[in-house]
Ligand binder design. Structure first.
Ligand SMILES: [Zn+2]
Length: 237
């Protein structure tokens, strides 16, 4: 199993990455999140309110192309959640099934998280395209899905146990920076929907990281990511 961190655009307010992850597994490639919409590449030049700086070639399908991966060949995409910096290119993976927590899927479909409505066209695909997940479960050997809601209902993180290497916990937006593993002291961000669950998920991820002796990769941490090996390099610690 090999992991690649994809830096797929930059959050303008913080300089943090928009992140996606490619897992090259012996049973086939798995993508985690699809990044910010490739149709917005260059939009920041005209629009001062565009939240993400995405230059041509930085979007997730382009990052995959550099690794020699054809989006049409990807059969499985794990979705952390449907915010536009995570679910912006689902249309680029025509043969994939999307693994999402049932709670998140149902909540998004119900319209109860208003910010997801604006970008509904990006994620609201026919139901048969999805695999709905209930809580923590093994996705395949060495890859676990970890329910970590709070940022949005049914957010999920991913735990990797590569054979012979240290486990890696992709916290994504349940703990977007290193400071967020301190459950009681961590900041609550404007887009976090449920403070109590945010703190509970931080506690859970910190416990898993400790028990597994895992490296935690945070979803939007400018300081951490400046020192991480990103694609086209493989991730090793
Ligand atoms: Zn995010």
């Amino acid at each position: 199993m090999k992991l690649y961190l994809l830096w797929a655009g930059t959050v303008r307010a913080t300089g943090a990455p928009v992140a996606a992850y490619l897992i090259r597994h012996e049973d086939g490639d798995v993508l985690v999140d699809t990044g910010y919409a490739r149709s917005r590449a260059g939009a920041h030049e005209q629009n001062p309110d565009e939240p993400v700086r995405l230059d041509p070639g930085e979007d997730v399908p382009s990052r995959l192309a550099v690794l020699g991966v054809d989006p049409a060949g990807i059969r499985h995409v794990i979705c952390s959640h449907f915010d536009p910096d995570h679910a912006g290119n689902m249309d680029a993976f025509p043969r994939a099934r999307f693994w999402v927590q049932r709670e998140h899927y149902e909540c998004a479909r119900s319209g109860s998280v208003p910010r997801l409505e604006r970008f509904r066209a990006l994620w609201d695909l026919p139901e048969e395209r999805f695999v709905l997940v209930d809580g923590d479960r093994e996705f395949r050997p060495g890859i676990e899905l970890i329910e970590s809601g709070g940022h949005v209902p049914g957010h999920q993180s991913v735990l990797l146990r590569p054979p012979g290497a240290r486990p890696v916990l992709l916290a994504i937006d349940a703990a977007p920076t290193t400071a967020d593993l301190a459950a009681d002291e961590r900041p609550i961000y404007p887009l976090d929907v449920d403070e109590a669950r945010v703190r509970e998920s931080s506690r859970k991820l910190a416990r898993i990281a400790r028990e597994e002796n895992a490296v935690v990769v945070h979803g939007h941490d400018a300081d951490q990511w400046k020192d991480l090996p990103v694609a086209p390099r493989a991730f090793t610690m």
